[in-house]
Design a protein around this ligand. Structure first.
Ligand SMILES: Nc1ncnc2c1ncn2[C@@H]1O[C@H](COP(=O)(O)OP(=O)(O)O)[C@@H](O)[C@H]1O
Ligand SMILES: [Mg+2]
Length: 481
């Protein structure tokens, strides 16, 4: 319960800015202090003034009683009146005064608009009493009504009413003064708090801005060390951290660049090597095999009478078969047609052979007018080759399709199948180098490779490679034959 309340409070108070928090705390304390001081001082003032007023009321009425005895005995009503008026005039707090005879009749009074009769019953005194004071609530506030017997009550009672208006006035004056002081102190407090929060939050705001920049990958901002305190230490630590981050980032970039270069080199070397071996196989090995076949045929013909014509024929069969295999190997290593006739022709041939081998119909659409930069042609050829190999090995597809087109500054390729599909996000790790290699080739040329696939819904590989990428832009165009 308490925890919930605390949580809710913190949800509201915690959400405001530091500036508002500090201002709130300062103002809250000032207001609390002010309220306490006002209540305390009003209480103390009320207590002392009440005592004083009571004492005054007793002394004034006793004085009146003493001085009233003579005029009453002499039955001098005029003097009695004067006495009452004088009492009123001398004591501004006294609201009224009157004399009652022993039978309860008012013989002199100071009320201007007639005597309020119910006042009579509100206070009385006994002969042996020194005085008797009651507190009466009137329209004008509280009144201390004191009754004092005159000559032990034998000739009457003197009564006066002392109002607390002066006390109320003093109280409200005090309150107003205190309130003014509080407002003044609050204003000063707010100013001080604003200044303090400015000093305190300025470096924090700078830190926040710098941190946000760092979060976005910008490691250049440094925060100034405003003061030699904890926040200053934080700023220094932050700067050290950003420097370290920037350094690490630089190293990472350098390594990434090196890795890229290495990768490019490896791929280029691999292609060169393949090209060289393919050419070797074609030019030298195939030629040799062809000579062998021709030789064997001649041997067969010349040796019509010898015992081993069938042997020669068998050997020729083996040689022809090997020649075919060498041809095939050379093709797969690096089709000469890719260098000689370009991507379109090479892919048509690849698709044709693939279809024949795996008995899966493949639809090829290639919309390219000119030849592409050599690296792009090689990359696309290898990517499509790997995609087709995957379809044959994993997809169990009924058909496949290849689309290559040039659009804007990009060349796009899509290889699709209608097979069992797979989850591309799950294919990570060392075992699946095929997809990784495809992506690597595309990215080395500044392009992207996206695989879309859902189980039972086939797979599509989208490749997009910019034609004017720094990696390809300086390449010599492959001269058409
Ligand atoms: N066209 C496809 N249809 C279904 N599954 C595929 C397809 N292409 C790739 N895969 C799945 O993705 C995995 C990773 O492919 P790849 O990286 O080429 O590795 P590998 O072919 O050596 O297994 C494959 O093992 C296969 O499960
Ligand atoms: Mg594969």
């Amino acid at each position: 319960m308490i925890q919930k309340f605390y949580q809710r409070l913190w949800a509201i108070a915690g959400a405001v800015s530091v500036r508002t928090k500090i201002l709130g705390i300062v103002l809250g304390f000032i207001v609390l202090l002010g309220a306490g001081v006002i209540i305390q001082s009003r209480y103390a003032l009320t207590a002392t003034m009440t005592e004083q007023l009571e004492e005054q009321s007793v002394s004034v009425s006793r004085d009146l009683a003493a001085r009233a005895a003579d005029p009453i005995l002499l039955n001098d009503l005029l003097s009695l009146h004067d006495l009452l008026n004088e009492t009123l005039a001398n004591n501004p707090n006294v609201r009224y005064a009157f004399i009652v005879d022993p039978r309860g009749q008012v013989i002199a009074q100071t009320f201007e608009g007639g005597f309020p009769l119910d006042l009579l019953a509100m206070n009385s005194t006994h002969a042996d009493e020194h005085h008797h004071t009651v507190l009466i609530q009137t329209d004008e506030g509280l009144v201390w009504d004191t009754a004092v017997p005159i000559l032990d009550g034998k000739i009457g009672t003197a009564r006066i009413g002392l109002s607390d208006a002066s006390m109320q006035l003093a109280l409200s004056k005090l309150t107003v003064q205190l309130l003014l002081t509080i407002i003044l102190v609050s204003a000063t407090g707010v100013l001080v708090a604003v200044f303090l929060t400015w000093i305190l939050t300025r470096p924090i705001l700078a830190l926040v801005a710098a941190t946000q920049a760092v979060a976005k990958g910008d490691f250049t901002p440094r925060v100034p060390r405003w003061a030699d305190d904890e926040i200053g230490d934080l700023a220094t630590a932050f700067n050290a951290m950003t420097e370290e981050l920037a350094h690490t980032e630089e190293l990472r970039r350098e390594r990434e660049g090196l890795r890229r270069q290495l990768m490019e080199k490896v791929i280029a070397t691999q292609e060169d090597e393949r090209r060289r071996i393919a050419r070797e196989l074609h030019d030298s090995t195939s030629q040799n095999l062809t000579s062998l076949i021709v030789g064997l045929r001649m041997m067969e013909a010349q040796c019509a009478h010898c015992a081993s014509p069938t042997k020669a024929a068998d050997l020729r069969e083996v040689a022809s078969h090997t020649l075919e295999e060498v041809h095939d190997l050379s093709m797969r290593l690096r089709p000469r047609v890719l260098d000689d006739l370009g991507l379109a022709a090479a892919l048509e041939r690849l698709a044709h052979e693939w279809q024949a081998r795996y008995k899966i119909p493949v639809d090829v659409v290639i919309e390219l007018e000119d030849r592409l930069p050599g690296e792009i042609e090689t990359a696309l050829y290898r990517i499509v080759q790997e995609a087709l190999t995957n379809i044959a090995r994993h997809a169990q597809a009924k058909s496949a399709s290849i689309l290559i087109e040039k659009r804007g500054g990009f060349v796009r390729a899509i290889v699709e199948d209608d097979g069992i599909g797979f989850d591309p996000s799950a294919q990570r790790g060392e075992r699946h180098l095929g997809l990784l290699g495809m992506r690597e080739r595309a990215e080395l040329l500044g392009g992207t490779l996206i695989i879309e696939s859902m189980p039972e819904h086939g797979a599509s590989v989208f490749i997009e490679i910019p034609l004017l990428h720094p990696a390809t832009f300086n390449l010599q165009p492959v001269t058409a034959p």
